[in-house]
Ligand binder design. Structure first.
Ligand code: MLT
Length: 230
């Protein structure tokens, strides 16, 4: 599903949804768990995030790729490589990523995917009997290149064991095969790359495009994401 606005066309029954927001929400969450964060509550709105903050949670809020005033954390993965947040429970709202997660709640399981944990996600999915839907967070309802490439990469790792039910899976996979040898240059003109570059956030781009850095599989349990032991 290349944008959450098309999610209503898909069934999430008997399905594990893998939500991807490569730049940067899901890459950030994977990094946070890899660095010892205990849980992340993804919420759709800034007001909900503030409620968790008032309950004592550390709170991360991003809109249009910037930290929202009044919140401690942003959604750069580098923010979470910090011993001070080891063991923390965090509430997070982002423009697209957390919204996509909250929209997926009816699925059998909701996992958080990124290039950083691609292999861990693929290995885990092969152990499950369910269908898989990759939900690309996109940008405000629009399809984007980076999340589509992630979907194509996951299809690539799974295609021996799964049938591709949707043409979008074939398209995403062909795109990934076309660009995989140099994702950074393949993505040079992508809209969110230009957006992040305008804000001087270059290092997050190259970081988020690295494959298989972490062996973590974040899963939604109730309202919170936790890291699943795999
Ligand atoms: C999002 O959720 O849309 C992104 O994480 C935006 C960003 O890169 O800050």
């Amino acid at each position: 599903c290349l944008t959450p606005d098309l999610l209503h066309l898909h069934t999430t029954e008997n399905t594990i949804v893998v939500v991807a927001d490569v730049f940067r929400a899901t890459s950030c969450m994977v990094t946070a768990f890899a660095h010892g964060v205990a849980s992340i509550i993804p919420v759709a709105t800034i007001d909900e995030c503030r409620v968790w903050q008032e309950r004592g949670y550390l709170a991360a809020a991003e809109r249009n790729a910037r930290r929202v005033d009044g919140f401690e954390l942003d959604n750069s993965p580098f923010t979470y490589m910090d011993d001070r947040i080891r063991g923390a429970n965090i509430a997070m709202t982002t423009t697209n990523g957390t919204l996509a997660i909250t929209r997926s709640r009816n699925a059998v399981k909701v996992l958080v995917g990124s290039f950083l944990n691609l292999d861990a996600i693929a290995r885990y999915l092969k152990t499950e009997p369910y269908d898989v839907l990759v939900l690309c967070a996109g940008w405000k309802g629009r399809v984007n290149l980076e999340d589509t490439l992630f979907a194509g990469a996951l299809v690539d790792r799974l295609k021996d064991g799964f049938a591709m039910a949707e043409d979008s899976a074939i398209m995403a996979n062909r795109l990934y095969c076309d660009g995989k040898n140099n994702l950074v240059s393949y993505m040079a003109n992508a809209s969110h790359i230009r957006r992040l570059q305008r804000l001087g956030i270059q290092k997050d781009i190259t970081y988020c495009l690295q494959h298989d850095l972490y062996d973590v599989v974040p899963v939604l349990r109730g309202t919170a994401l936790v890291s699943m032991a795999v």
